[in-house]
Every structure is written in C-alpha cells, then in structure tokens.
Design a protein around this ligand. Structure first.
Ligand code: ZN
Length: 110
C-alpha cells in the first residue's frame, strides 16, 4: 500500500466512527479510555479525546495512547500497524459492499 492509498484509507475511516465500532464508549468528541484500569484514579475514564479534523485521538492520562485512526485500531486490538491497516481496509470494503447492495435494491428497474 502506498502513501496515497494510506491517506485515502485514513480519510475514509472516521476516528470516532471506528472507535464506536471497536466498542469504545463515545460521547461527542470524548470517549472512555480502553486502558482506564491503568489510570491512577479509577473514576477518571472518559479521557479519550477525538480530533475529528485531524482524525486523531489521545488519552489525557495514558501517555502512550495517541495517534491516527490506524494507531487507534493497532493499540486497541493490540496488533501491528500492518494488521490495523488491513482491518480498516476490510471494514471499508464491507461498508462499500453493503452500501452498493442497498443502493441497488432501492433503484427502480426501467
Ligand atoms: Zn487512558
């Protein structure tokens, strides 16, 4: 995958949408840290911040949780960057497929 493909993949994968699909609790541009058990204060869990313009995220408490939507998938699923990229590709293909199917169904035959 070249740089341009990667950029397109990132652009097509909204960081908040991907977070929700991963099962992260999201409220607006904040989310529940998926490593909140490491936080010094147990109640302090809604510490993820999503930057929808840059399509990136970070945890206010965990110094190592931050980055792009690819980093989010890789850190959440504990997989390599390559695996995270193919997960996102797969997700996108699936998304396009369902959309296509839906649109074909709704279209009237002439
Ligand atoms: Zn955290």
């Amino acid at each position: 995958m070249n740089e341009q493909d990667l950029r397109q993949l990132e652009e097509a994968s909204s960081v908040t949408q991907v977070a929700i699909e991963l099962g992260i609790k999201v409220q607006g541009n904040r989310g529940r840290c998926f490593k909140a058990e490491r936080h010094p204060f147990a109640a302090d869990t809604m510490t993820l911040y999503f930057d929808t313009v840059r399509n990136s995220y970070f945890c206010r408490v965990c110094e190592d949780l931050k980055g792009s939507v690819i980093d989010l998938v890789s850190q959440f699923r504990n997989v390599s960057r390559e695996e995270a990229v193919s997960w996102l590709e797969h997700r996108l293909e699936f998304d396009l497929l369902t959309r296509e199917r839906y649109q074909t169904k709704g279209r009237k035959k002439r």
